[in-house]
Design a protein around this ligand. Structure first.
Ligand code: SF4
Length: 153
């Protein structure tokens, strides 16, 4: 059973999740092959640093007065490890978010999420900031579709 995942880098940002300051992990090993992938370096599962529950807890302590959310860019392919990390995040009182290239994510992950982005990247449709996008960004607490928050009026 996997108990950790690997990430290429992490950062703190306000663009990935509306109204949240997110600690963002770029998880390595993405098994999808979206045409025009903007993050081909994320496909190699051996790349990056190990992120286990202790490491996440240490990062959350470091960013305690700043981060309001933990956002994983991928990682649904390591379900057990991801669920463990989401549980750690919630135990520390921060919101949780997953960016997935899939159209649906297993309920055993979804139950630990506050926000969820779904959908593969399709170059002709664009990302969340495109009015033609196939992707959606959901607030799972309210059920609201927040995709419009990424798009200019
Ligand atoms: S889900 Fe993201 S990282 Fe994975 S192949 Fe698609 S665009 Fe690339």
């Amino acid at each position: 059973m996997d108990c950790y995942l690997r990430y290429i880098c992490h950062s703190v940002g306000v663009l990935e999740v509306p109204d949240e300051i997110s600690l963002i992990y770029h998880v390595s090993g993405c098994p999808l092959r979206c045409q025009g992938c903007h993050s081909a370096d994320l496909r190699n599962p051996a790349m990056g640093e190990v992120l286990d529950e202790d490491a996440l807890l240490a990062s959350l302590c470091r960013y305690r007065d700043l981060a309001t959310c933990v956002c994983f860019l991928g990682g649904e392919w390591h379900q057990n490890a991801l669920v463990g990390l989401l549980e750690v995040a919630r135990s520390q009182g921060v919101a949780t978010c997953l960016y997935s290239g899939l159209a649906n994510v297993d309920d055993r992950i979804v139950e630990h999420l506050d926000y969820l982005k779904l959908g593969p990247f399709i170059p002709s449709r664009g990302g969340l900031d495109s009015p033609k996008t196939n992707q959606v960004f959901l607030d799972l607490r309210s059920g609201e579709n927040l995709t419009h928050r990424f798009q200019r009026a």
